[in-house]
Design a protein around this ligand. Structure first.
Ligand code: NDP
Length: 300
């Protein structure tokens, strides 16, 4: 089996190149080989490589910047995604893609299911939702996994920001009224690899059905809860390096950002569990793994 990964330098893309390796020959491309701001070139590129599976982990992920760069964000997150899905369809490949909790407005009381109506609050969410629609419209075989609050031991993310701030500030003020499931990029990559393996077998036997699935770690917390666990882990592993003595919970209204965020980002994963028989670890169990990796790699 030949697998094409697009976005090899991103958090999920980098983990995917490892997790997909046991499934076959992985070709991983970065922005220099596959530029999503030029969608017209993408179907031809897929046609040249001829993979069995195309996994797109590239995206415009700068949520606040997207408010002022809506056109570029939508080209990358919607037009290019549609072009990739069409390129995969044209050669009979399975197209696998990631979307976001930010397609929802966060006003629901409980976790969102796949059939709940999306209503994005910001440009990033609108572009990602348009990408989901473009994939379905392309009409090939596809899987879309919506995830949330992605972090890893490398790259720019909330986890890395907290490790840095812990060494710079005595007090941190962190938003406590937005809830979600912090999901490690490594977990997404591992779950995706298992799902792809099953999907490939289903396609072989003619039993495959395309679909949208929610894929996050188990459990929930706020950004404040996530920050507290990160600082606790850091302080117990390296007490001499942590300057932070207190973390204050604050409201979203006290931390203004260009893009509005949903208060409730919780996604119900039952459909994923039923279809692929996968077990999802608790978010804080995975946090410890990522923390150990960050410390061992010396990234902090
Ligand atoms: P990252 O921001 O870590 O990586 C994004 C990747 O996309 C980078 O490799 C980047 O390349 C690449 N990219 C950006 N613009 C282009 C372009 N014009 N052409 C080609 N490549 C480009 O993203 P994540 O790994 O965190 O996200 C993976 C998926 O999960 C995405 O679909 C995202 O929308 C989704 N998601 C992410 C969440 C999060 O919290 N991060 C939450 C929910 C969903 P370069 O390295 O060159 O900049």
């Amino acid at each position: 089996m030949k697998l094409l990964v697009i976005g090899r330098g991103g958090q999920v893309g980098w983990e995917l190149t490892r997790s997909l390796a046991p499934l076959g020959h992985v070709v991983a491309l970065g922005r220099e080989d596959a530029d999503l701001s030029r969608p017209d070139r993408l179907p031809g590129l897929i046609g040249e490589i001829k993979p069995d599976i195309v996994v797109n982990a590239a995206a415009y992920t700068a949520v606040d910047k997207a408010e002022s760069e809506a056109k570029l964000a939508s080209t990358i997150n919607a037009d290019a995604v549609g072009a990739l899905a069409e390129g995969a369809r044209d050669i009979g490949a399975l197209f696998v893609h990631f979307s976001t909790d930010y397609v929802f407005d966060g006003k629901k009381a409980g976790p969102y299911g796949e059939t709940d109506a999306p209503r994005p609050l910001n440009e990033y969410g609108r572009g990602k939702l348009a990408g989901e629609i473009a994939i379905e419209a392309a009409g090939g075989d596809w899987l879309v996994f919506r995830t949330s609050w992605v972090y890893s031991a490398r790259g720019a993310n909330f986890f890395q920001t907290m490790l840095r701030l812990a060494q710079e500030r005595e007090t941190l003020r962190v938003v406590a009224d937005q809830y979600g499931a912090p999901t490690a990029a490594r977990m997404i990559a591992d779950l995706t690899a298992h799902a792809i393996r099953q999907a490939a077998a289903e396609r072989k036997s003619g039993l495959f059905e395309s679909g949208l699935f929610h894929m996050t770690a188990n459990g929930s917390t706020s950004w404040f809860g996530f920050a507290s666990r990160i600082i606790d882990a850091f302080a117990s592993a390296c007490p001499g390096r942590v300057l932070t003595r207190s973390i204050e919970p604050i409201a979203s209204s006290e931390y203004m950002t260009a893009a509005e965020r949903p208060r409730n980002s919780l996604l119900d994963n039952c459909k994923l569990e039923r279809r692929f028989g996968l077990f999802r670890q608790d978010w804080d169990a995975y946090l410890q793994l990522v923390f150990d990796e960050a410390l061992a790699s010396g990234s902090r």
